[in-house]
Design a protein around this ligand. Sequence first.
Ligand SMILES: [Zn+2]
Length: 269
Amino acid sequence: MKLEGPGNGISFSYLEDFMNFHRLFKFFPVVAVALGLSADDLYLGQTPEKYLMGDYNGGKVHKVFVNKIEKSSFRMRPDVMAAFQKMIEAYDKDRKGKSNEHIFVRSGFRSYADQKYIWETKFTGKRKMRESVEGKKPEEIVSLILQYSSAPGTSRHHWGTDIDINSFDNTYFEKGGKGEFLYSWLQENASKFGFCQPYNEYSKRGEKGYYLERWHWSYKPVSSKLEKEWQKAYQSKKIIIKGKFMGSNTMSDDLPLTYVTSVNTDCKE
Ligand SMILES: [Zn+2]
């Protein structure tokens, strides 16, 4: 049989159909389909591993949330933004006469490059931490950064599902703090809108992962799935951390996994 091109009057339609079918299903993780979210919904059309590591253009896929009073803006997934806005509306109704503190965003989506910049400025001591890096071994600096910051490629902020609000000081949210009403409201109501606090008390997570962060909230319907997908991709070596940024060679293989998975059980499926 002679193989002819389209110019010879015969189309390659069978071949094209096959290629389209192949393209369509190439990046369809079976788990995502089973959970009722297509790969397009979960990864917003991006390559899964790149999405999980924040190595994509968030400006293209995420929406911009504008803090009206602070005049600052942050990116988050469209589905997360819709739920977040509903939660703010409900909170604003409930806080009338009780609290003047409104909800505003301090951080949302961060790319791999953003996280690498944060990490390396902390590593070199350009960005101050609670302790100085001077005289410390690389592995000691890594542990120090990991108290509050994620290694590039391992942050939940890469997913567009996680948001830091109001204050990076836990006491703001505690008894006597300005955000006391807000925090107790979130504890009671955030789950109704899909949100959970991944970094709850350190002791409740077997003293593993990051320290307590009362400001960090996550949209569980999507982030719980992405956490599982991250774990699978890391274990099958589709996500590689070692050798990619300062101090990464001192990390054990288990370390990134421990940090990604040591979250509040309320944030897991
Ligand atoms: Zn955060």
